[in-house]
Design a protein around this ligand. Structure first.
Ligand code: CUA
Length: 323
């Protein structure tokens, strides 16, 4: 009874936006299937071992004859585990080519999204077929449902690891080399990507959102990110430029073209600030502008606690208005 309750409670946490056991992509489905097959195989071996244990410890009967004990050991200790393990190994080896995160040489025609892991955020660049830049955004990835896309993975500082559990397996991002992973979303929805390699004090505060949408919505999104909507509050932009935010940040359609920090084009349309750290509200953005290091230790964003009263809020409101 307690065991069943435990199993139900643990399985209830297997769904959601960041679960490899609630797949929304081709590659993730294979990972989930492999897990359940391994679980079943492990369960079989466990039953065999427990069965043998019960047999060995049963009381109140004649002592086991040497022959029957030998038979039990042979079946439960050798034949069942060896057969099950051999079957599991064969299945996993057979599945491996299927689970390869990319098809070597076959990725030429795929849509390419370059993702760079930075301490502690994600630079996301959509590329044209010839490899030139279409536009850059940060901490958000949109993918069309039913289309295999190739993620080109880089890092300028330390090793990070790119992982969207709902869509597929993870891949390291290593300074000085370029890795690839191809993923295909099969279900529309919002998922969560994370950094899966310890990369510094704010490693746990390094997430991104993944939206799998239909083709038409995807094209609309591309168009909106390329254009950037002009600011509703030009006074906010003036403060943004006066305080030097444009040294690190870019906003499409303005003179701000910094490349050190995340692009802020269409910032207001993002669900969170600081790579999934805080909700995207004017209050939280202003707090992040003033004390980034308190919120995200090790962040390269300088502290702007010295801004005159109200300026951070005014800039935050301006950013929130960018779509
Ligand atoms: Cu980046 Cu952990």
């Amino acid at each position: 009874m307690l065991g069943a309750l435990f199993v139900c409670l643990s399985l209830s946490s297997c769904s959601g936006v960041q679960s490899a056991l609630d797949p929304a992509g081709l590659e993730a489905s294979k990972v989930a299937t492999l897990f359940y097959v391994m679980l079943a195989g492990g369960g079989l071996i466990w039953l065999g071992v427990v069965g043998a244990l019960f047999y060995a410890t049963r009381t109140g009967r004649e002592p086991h004859s040497e022959r029957s004990a030998g038979r039990v050991i042979l079946w439960c200790g050798v034949i069942v585990p060896v057969t099950v393990l051999a079957a599991l190994l064969s299945y996993a080896v057979w599945l491996m080519p299927n689970m390869r995160p990319w098809a070597p040489g076959g990725e030429g025609g795929l849509r390419r999204i370059e993702v760079t892991g930075e301490q502690f955020w994600w630079r996301v660049r959509y590329l044209r077929a010839d490899g030139s830049l279409l536009f850059e955004t940060a901490n958000e990835v949109f993918v069309p449902v039913g289309e295999r896309v190739l993620f080109v993975l880089k890092s300028p500082d330390v090793i990070h690891s790119f992982w969207i559990p709902s869509l597929g397996g993870k891949m390291d991002m290593i300074p000085g080399r370029i890795n690839h992973v191809a993923l295909e979303a099969t279900k529309p929805g919002t998922y969560r990507g994370v950094c899966a390699e310890f990369c510094g004090p704010s490693h746990a505060l390094m997430a991104f959102s993944v939206e799998a949408v239909d083709a038409a919505e995807f094209e609309d999104w591309i168009a909106s990110r390329r254009a950037g909507r002009p600011a509703a509050d030009p006074g906010g932009l003036e403060l943004f430029l006066r305080h030097g935010c444009d040294a690190c940040h870019a906003i499409a359609g303005t003179t701000a073209d910094g490349t050190i920090g995340p692009s802020l084009t269409a910032f207001g349309a993002r669900g969170s600030v600081g790579a999934g750290t805080l909700p995207n509200t004017v209050e939280d953005v202003a707090r992040f502008i003033r004390y980034p290091d308190e919120i995200k230790p090790g962040s390269r964003m300088p502290s702007f606690g010295m801004l005159p009263e109200g300026d951070a809020e005014r800039i935050a409101a301006y950013l929130k208005g960018l779509r």
